[in-house]
Design a protein around this ligand. Structure first.
Ligand code: ATP
Length: 378
């Protein structure tokens, strides 16, 4: 069930890391030129470079003032955190620049107290997993800074925390572990798995849990990650929830369903609930298009997607054909024909639309005739 692993970097070693970095991220040349303090590529961007998987957005850590560096870059910088983190755009690439910092946790699951740090090593020590705790200096040929053995874990496909208290400090890291395990086909290092199974997601605010779950659910391998979380005892899916989430994710990856609902919301609703009225919609068998429109129209987007994933194939035609059917007439036509303003107009139009959906009218005149007949009924 585990996804296909990435090619370990031992099979395809990157001999010259600084050169690989220059090739992958030419936009960082400007940072090299502007920086007066040491600057490092950090986190996921280092991991992905070593995996040979290109990415657009990168994180940098500066041993100095992030805002000053952004200013020297002449970029339009947006300061977006309390602690000297700035976002700049370089050649169309998003680059996050942060001052090196440490974090300490006063109580499990609380937001950390943040303090400036002098070195990138101190900054790496606050991170979630060894594969995310590496850095590459931008302006020297020194190569990889890897105090926690991240490269070896990357080669072996292992997710490993930096210290035993990691999931106590921040239980959302368990959800992040599921995201990386699913995305890269990696496994938990055994001691990390033991610690993770003891993690208490309940110690974190619902909002923070939800934000990490949404990041997971948005990924292609999201349902697999949710299956891992369930296997690790951290979430309790509804009955058949993981399978349903897998079908929902597939449905939302192509038309006509792609735009219908937010992927994260729909995948999480499928996996975790709450159970809505999708089951009743899924077993309904509308005998006419007008009935199908009436039924589907009474349900929200998520319920529609879930009902389709549960087997209601007629919802494809609802989306592709019936939902878009419009009358050639409107209320003004009825009023011009003598119908008084008020509920009779709506009643007439609704009847005409039903007739059109069911193929009982062929043109504007027939629509008007149906509408007038219905409007005049008492
Ligand atoms: P992606 O590839 O999905 O963008 P990423 O590895 O870049 O993932 P982000 O969530 O953007 O992950 O975070 C950037 C880096 O910040 C991570 O690589 C990790 O080093 C660190 N980080 C993020 N969240 C946490 C956390 N909860 N605890 C510790 N370190 C974290």
């Amino acid at each position: 069930m585990v996804g296909k692993g990435t090619m370990p970097s031992s099979e395809k070693p990157i001999e010259d890391l600084p050169a690989a970095l220059r090739d992958a991220h030419p936009e960082l040349e400007a940072v090299r030129e502007a920086a007066s303090d040491p600057v490092y590529l950090v986190g996921g961007a280092v991991r992905d470079l070593l995996l040979g998987q290109p990415r657009a957005d990168v994180d940098l850590v500066v041993e100095g003032d992030a805002a000053a560096l952004a200013a020297r870059l002449g970029a339009d910088a947006v300061e977006h955190e309390r602690f000297g983190t700035v976002k700049v755009e370089l050649d169309g690439h998003e680059v996050d620049i942060a001052a090196a910092r440490t974090e300490t946790y006063d109580r499990p699951g609380a937001l950390p107290a943040v303090e400036p740090a002098d070195t990138v090593e101190a900054d790496l020590a606050r991170r979630d997993f060894t594969i995310n705790a590496m850095a590459i200096p931008l302006a020297s040929e020194a190569g990889l800074i890897d105090p926690h053995g991240g490269r070896e874990d990357l080669d072996r496909g292992l997710i490993r925390v930096l210290h035993p208290g990691s999931f106590v400090d921040d239980p959302t890291r368990a959800i992040r572990a599921a995201r990386y395990a699913a995305r890269f086909g990696f496994s938990l290092e055994p001691e990390t798995e033991r610690l993770l199974r003891e993690a208490n997601l309940g110690a974190v605010s619902v909002d923070r849990q939800r934000a990490e779950l949404e990041r997971l659910a948005r990924e292609a391998a999201g349902p697999l990650g949710l299956a891992f979380l369930s296997e690790w005892g951290l979430i309790e899916p509804r009955d058949g929830g993981i399978e349903l989430a897998t079908r929902v994710a597939k449905l939302l990856s192509s038309p006509p369903w792609r735009e219908v609902a937010d992927r994260a919301d729909a995948v999480l609703a499928a996996a975790l609930g709450p159970v809505g009225r999708e089951a009743e919609l899924a077993v309904a068998q509308p005998d006419m298009p007008s009935r199908a429109v009436e039924l589907a129209g009474a349900h929200g987007a998520i319920e529609l997607v879930l009902a389709r994933a549960l087997g209601a194939e007629w919802l494809d035609r609802y989306l592709e054909e019936w939902q878009g059917v419009r009358l050639a007439i409107d209320g003004d036509d009825l009023i011009a024909a003598g119908v008084p303003q008020g509920p009779a107009v709506g009643r007439g139009l609704a009847a005409a639309l039903r007739a059109k959906l069911d193929g009982e009218t062929r043109n504007r005149d027939e629509e008007l005739a149906r509408a007038l007949a219905a409007a005049r009924e008492t």
